[in-house]
Design a protein around this ligand. Structure first.
Ligand code: NAD
Length: 257
């Protein structure tokens, strides 16, 4: 028996890092799912590897039509939608506030916040009709405390946390739960992307991050994508059926100090 048997999910950013680990885990636990990502080659390869229960859909999560299409695909192929995992993300621009360009700010808001709003907006009517569903978004400890990331990223992730709470209070009466996860430092290609590496080099850089992040963790190890995938699985499953409007911190204790 899988923990997500008979459930259908859409996972954005599912071609890499936390999203890829979640795709693999959700599929292993019985879910049928759509990987929604910009990275066609990686996304298609992963879907092919996992078989007919997993489909890839090219998606830009900042575009309403794309998000709607990914959700519609899940519905038309698998007949329902049990989990919308708004996970795709970018590092956003760094640097001092006076140098923060409007384009960089707007792009971070579009990819990190508009995406979560769009996922919630288009998943909600389907889940309300079903009378059940779990919306999960990947926020960050950077949305709770300063000093972990750039200004735009930090502001965007704080917005995701409060959007989660706000929508949870609306959808609760329909049996739809809305939660988010606040990861700490997790060794994924996102750090390589932040310094402009291409996909392959960014993938390699995740290994270096494993060691760098371990040094600053109370647990003396870096977070790995599976740590966050496990949290997403729990929030997507019925095991968390009384958890709603929650920001689940999965950070090895780094925000305790
Ligand atoms: P990653 O770079 O490995 O994966 C991000 C994925 O999102 C990639 O597959 C990328 O192609 C996709 N993506 C980016 N922009 C997109 C767009 N416009 N449309 C569709 N897909 C897009 O990074 P990750 O660390 O696995 O990041 C996943 C989530 O976790 C992000 O929201 C990130 O902000 C969050 N997060 C990561 C960490 C960390 O330390 N790695 C910490 C806290 C939060």
């Amino acid at each position: 028996m899988g923990r997500l048997d008979n459930k259908v999910a859409v996972i954005t950013g599912g071609a890499s890092g936390i999203g890829e680990a979640s795709v693999r885990l959700f599929a292993r636990e019985g879910a049928k799912l759509v990987i929604a990502d910009l990275q066609d080659e990686r996304g298609r390869r992963l879907a092919e590897e996992l078989g007919s229960q997993v489909i890839f859909q090219h998606t830009d999560v900042s575009q309403e039509a794309d998000v709607q299409e990914a959700i519609d695909l899940a519905l038309s192929m698998f007949g329902r939608l049990d989990c919308m995992f708004n996970n795709a993300g970018i590092p956003g621009p760094g640097g001092p506030i006076e140098n923060l360009a409007v384009e960089g700010w707007d792009n971070a808001m579009a990819v990190l916040v508009r995406s979560a709003y769009l996922g919630m907006k288009h998943a909600a009517p389907i889940m309300k009709r079903q009378g059940s569903g779990s919306i999960v978004s990947t926020a960050s400890v950077a949305g709770m405390q300063s000093g972990f990331a750039g200004h735009a990223y930090s502001a965007a992730k704080a917005a995701v946390i409060n959007l989660t709470r706000s929508v949870a209070t609306e959808l609760g009466e329909s049996g739809v739960r809305v939660n988010c996860i606040c990861p700490g430092g997790v060794a994924t290609p996102i750090f390589g992307r932040a310094i402009g590496l291409d996909a392959e080099d960014a993938e390699r850089s995740a290994g270096t991050m494993l060691m760098a992040l371990a040094n600053i963790q109370p647990l003396q190890r870096a977070g790995v994508p599976g740590d966050i995938a496990n949290a997403a699985l729990w929030l997507a499953s019925d095991e968390s059926s009384f958890v709603n409007g929650h920001a689940l911190v999965v950070d090895g204790g780094i925000t305790c100090g």
